[in-house]
Design a protein around this ligand. Structure first.
Ligand code: TXA
Ligand code: MG
Length: 334
């Protein structure tokens, strides 16, 4: 199958493909998604195949407006409405109980809930409106790999397996949306993202603690979070500011070592010749934006060790560390 790269002038063509049960990757403010008509069971099945995704891992339903959600979800309560008013369109995915059989089982993984998201990227909301159906959209990477933040990343993973990629440049945040479960008595964040717990609590008051849900051992409420994730071939380790130790270790290696850190770290030290530096920019926001790109860059090179800067868990730092811990399999450089 030929994978067409579609430009922003070709949104209609992208929508047409979706309508015809084809797979089209689409840009969002977080990462690129892999789109298919959420009401077309056969099309959704192909999404799992293209990604190599386990079938018990449900998909996010992307909509262009709140009204569409009302067709599938049980009636929206006040808190949910408030959240939608405050954060949609934007990087917040909301899990809601759905009307019986309103969505194919392949979308929900057989759950009685579904995840809904109204992305901010205009090219994508236009495509959804033109297609006239909600679209499923897992991140458009091969299952287990870092999520794609450019059309080229998608092309690298899924070329020949999908029909098109709508190219709208680099994504803004670089890390997937916050997933908030509103189907339970005490709402809880299942996956941290750019919309933080604090942001959410300002709108709906105290929510439950998410810690339990982030550990792999727990019964995960977001089934996707239990799988090995964001992992390149290289060994990834997290660095807690002990850069001097890192440098002496690199000096002892007889191959190149990848280092992902902010510019101030790069400028502060004298780096051995066998260091391949990848800049995470200047702060935790830029680091989130570049994290997956850096992991992918080193995945294409003959690098067997990648060392990545840690950040504190504040704000988007919680999302950054959540993804980094997964790609590092919780390993720190020491
Ligand atoms: O930013 C994003 O959310 C991106 C863009 C493309 O929108 N999408 C994305 O999708 O990250 P995906 O499939 O890679 O991650 C969706 C997460 C998974 O961890 C999945 O298990 C969880 O949401 N999820 C989906 N439906 C659920 C449900 N009904 N209950 C609990 N968790 C659910
Ligand atoms: Mg994903």
């Amino acid at each position: 199958m030929e994978t067409k790269i579609l430009q922003k002038t070709q949104i209609k063509d992208a929508a047409e493909l979706i309508k015809n049960g084809k797979l089209v990757s689409f840009p969002t403010e977080t990462v690129y998604g892999l789109g298919a008509d959420a009401t077309n069971e056969q099309a959704v099945k192909k999404v799992y195949q293209a990604k190599g995704r386990p079938s018990d891992n449900p998909l996010i339903v992307h909509v262009a407006d709140v009204e569409t959600v009302e067709n599938y979800a049980d009636s929206l309560d006040d808190k949910t409405k408030k959240l939608m008013n405050s954060f949609w369109p934007g990087p917040l995915t909301i899990i809601l109980r759905i009307k019986n059989d309103s969505l194919p089982q392949v979308v929900t993984g057989g759950l009685t809930t579904a995840a809904f998201r109204n992305p901010e990227q205009l090219s994508t909301t236009k495509m959804i409106s033109l297609a006239g159906v909600p679209i499923v959209g897992p991140s458009a990477n091969t299952s287990g790999k870092p999520s794609p933040t450019t059309a080229m990343h998608v092309y690298h993973d899924l070329r020949g397996k999908i029909d098109g990629i709508l190219d709208d440049g680099q994504t803004e945040y670089g890390i997937e949306s916050t997933v908030l479960d509103m189907s339970v008595k005490k709402p809880v964040i299942l996956r941290p993202g750019a919309i933080t717990q604090n942001d959410i609590e300002k709108v709906i008051g105290k929510i439950g603690s998410n810690d339990a849900h982030l550990s792999d051992a727990d019964i995960p409420k977001a089934p996707g979070m239990k799988y090995r994730h964001y992992a390149p071939e290289a060994v990834v380790k997290i660095v807690n500011d002990n850069w001097e130790d890192v440098i002496s270790w690199i000096n002892q290696q007889n191959e190149n070592v990848g280092v992902m850190a902010t510019n101030d770290v790069f400028e502060k030290y004298q780096w051995p010749q066998n260091t391949n530096l990848f800049s995470l920019g200047d702060n935790v926001e830029t680091a989130s934006h570049f994290l997956f790109e850096g992991l992918r860059k080193f995945d294409n090179e003959t690098i067997s060790n990648v060392l990545v800067q840690s950040f504190s868990n504040d704000g988007i730092g919680a999302a950054y560390m959540n993804r980094l811990l997964k790609s590092a399999g919780n390993k720190y450089f020491s």
